[in-house]
Design a protein around this ligand. Structure first.
Ligand code: FMN
Length: 210
């Protein structure tokens, strides 16, 4: 079934002249597990980040951090900490981003949150609150990142079938970064997947008015 067959033709996500964008980032975009063998330049990743970093986070905490895994040696180290069903995808992707939450994000708050000058000091004494905030907001930024990568024409294969503690021990010891997920990134080979598109829930299934 074509992707568009699953979409209610009466629904409009964005203004009508932006349907191409909706198609690129949502309705036509698939989760990609098969990529063409082209290098993804760091400049492109940097440009995507320069855009998506403007997505909102609580108190502008912006705790998302990225570890870029590109070399054969680095991806073999990473592949040792992902579930077996995901391993070949990490080994084959043009570039893989380990997405982490920085539990020390508060150290940047004097710059990031000048409107809340005491926030950094307050958070310094409550590491559990910081970790929860870091994880929640880095996940939020992960969504922005996936959409931004797609908007740049790239395909993305997010994965949480990983041993996050193992990835932390392998790459992030001595930092406040905590691994959340892994994103395989590159240009899709065809649709980038053989899996048929699965439906989504409708507005009536997910929303209630009070
Ligand atoms: C946070 C997250 C974690 C995921 N983890 C995995 C994973 O570990 N392995 C995998 O094969 N797919 C994983 N997926 C892919 C999802 O199964 C896929 O995005 C979903 O089925 C929708 O597919 P579609 O975008 O092609 O419609 C993950 C997706 C997300 C967003």
């Amino acid at each position: 079934m074509a992707t568009t067959d699953l979409i209610d033709e009466t629904s409009t996500l964005l203004p009508s002249d932006d349907t191409a964008l909706a198609d690129l980032v949502f309705t036509g975009a698939r989760t990609v597990s098969r990529f063409v063998d082209d290098t993804v330049p760091e400049d492109l990743l940097r440009a995507v980040h320069d855009t998506v970093r403007w997505g909102p986070t609580a108190n502008n905490s912006t705790p998302l951090r990225l570890l870029v895994v590109r070399s054969r040696e680095a991806r073999e180290r990473l592949a040792a900490h992902v579930a077996e069903f995901n391993r070949e995808r990490v080994l084959a992707a043009p570039v893989t981003l380990v997405v982490a939450a920085d539990t020390d994000f508060h150290l940047h708050l004097p710059t990031l949150a000048p409107h809340a000058p005491t926030a950094g000091d307050r958070l310094a004494g409550v590491p559990e609150v910081r970790e929860r905030m870091a994880r929640e907001n880095a996940w939020l930024q992960t969504g922005y990142l996936v959409v931004g990568l797609r908007a740049a024409g790239l395909g993305v294969g997010p994965m949480t079938g990983i041993d996050a503690d193992g990835v932390d021990a392998e790459f992030l010891t001595g930092t406040g970064w905590r691994t959340l997920s892994v994103l395989n990134v590159g240009w899709p080979d065809g649709e980038g997947t053989d899996r048929p598109r699965a439906p989504r829930l409708s507005w009536d299934e997910v929303a209630r008015e009070v």
